[in-house]
Design a protein around this ligand. Structure first.
Ligand code: AMP
Length: 190
C-alpha cells in the first residue's frame, strides 16, 4: 500500500492535486472536508453538528473525524493505498491515523506539504467561493480564521512527520501542472 498525507493550508491545492494523483497512482482519495460536506447535504445528525464548526472556520471535534476515517479505511482495506487530504489536522488525529494504519499492517510513506503564500491562498479561496458556492469560501473573516487555525493547530504536524523522516516540502505557487509534476517526482522516489 502507498499512503500519502497531502498537507497544506486551505487553498493550497490539496483537492485539485488529489484528483490528479488518484488517477495516476490508483489510490483512494479520503478528504474529511468532502465527507463532512456530503453529511451536511444529507442533513444527517453528524452533518448538522459539523456545520456549526465549519461555518465559523473552526475544526470539527477530533473524535468525529477520526471515526469517519476509521470507517472509510476498513471499508477500503484492500486498496492500493490512500491520499489523506485535510486529515490529520491535529496531533490527536495524526496519532489515531498511525494506530489505524498499523492495525491494517501499513503506514504513511510521506507527508507532501504544499507551500503557498498567504495572499495567494486568500485569492484562490475567494475565487473558489464564487465558483463552487462553498459558504466557508465566501467570507473573508472565515477564510482568515481557517488559515489561523491551520497555523495554530495543524502546522505543528510538520514537526510530527519530520521526526518520522516523512516530511517533504513542495512548492505550490506555480500552475496546477507544475505542482502536479513536482508531487509526482517526489512520489516516484518513494
Ligand atoms: P476542507 O475541505 O479540508 O477545507 O475542510 C473544510 C472544513 O471542514 C474545515 O474548515 C473544518 O471545519 C472541517 N474539517 C475538515 N477536515 C477536518 C479535520 N481533519 N479535522 C477537523 N475539522 C475538519
Amino acid at each position: 500500500m502507498l499512503n500519502l498525507v497531502l498537507f497544506g493550508p486551505p487553498g493550497a491545492g490539496k483537492g485539485t492535486q488529489s484528483d490528479k494523483l488518484i488517477e495516476k497512482y490508483g489510490l483512494i482519495h479520503l478528504s474529511t472536508g468532502d465527507i463532512l460536506r456530503s453529511e451536511i447535504a444529507a442533513k444527517s445528525e453528524l452533518g448538522i453538528k459539523a456545520k456549526t464548526f465549519m461555518d465559523k472556520g473552526e475544526l470539527v471535534p477530533d473524535e468525529v473525524v477520526i471515526g469517519m476515517i476509521k470507517y472509510k479505511l476498513t471499508e477500503n482495506n484492500h486498496s492500493k493505498g490512500f491520499i489523506f487530504d485535510g486529515f490529520p489536522r491535529t496531533k490527536e488525529q495524526a496519532d489515531a491515523l498511525d494506530k489505524l494504519l498499523d492495525e491494517l499492517d501499513t503506514y504513511i510513506a510521506a507527508m507532501l506539504a504544499l507551500k503557498v503564500e498567504h495572499e495567494e491562498l486568500v485569492k484562490r479561496l475567494l475565487k473558489r467561493g464564487k465558483n463552487s458556492g462553498r459558504p466557508d469560501d465566501r467570507n473573508t473573516e472565515v477564510i482568515e480564521n481557517r488559515i489561523k487555525v491551520y497555523h495554530n493547530l495543524t502546522s505543528p504536524l510538520i514537526k510530527y512527520y519530520s521526526e518520522q523522516n516523512k516530511y517533504q516540502a513542495i512548492d505550490g505557487m506555480g500552475t496546477i501542472d507544475e505542482t502536479f509534476n513536482r508531487l509526482c517526482q517526489k512520489i516516484d522516489t518513494l
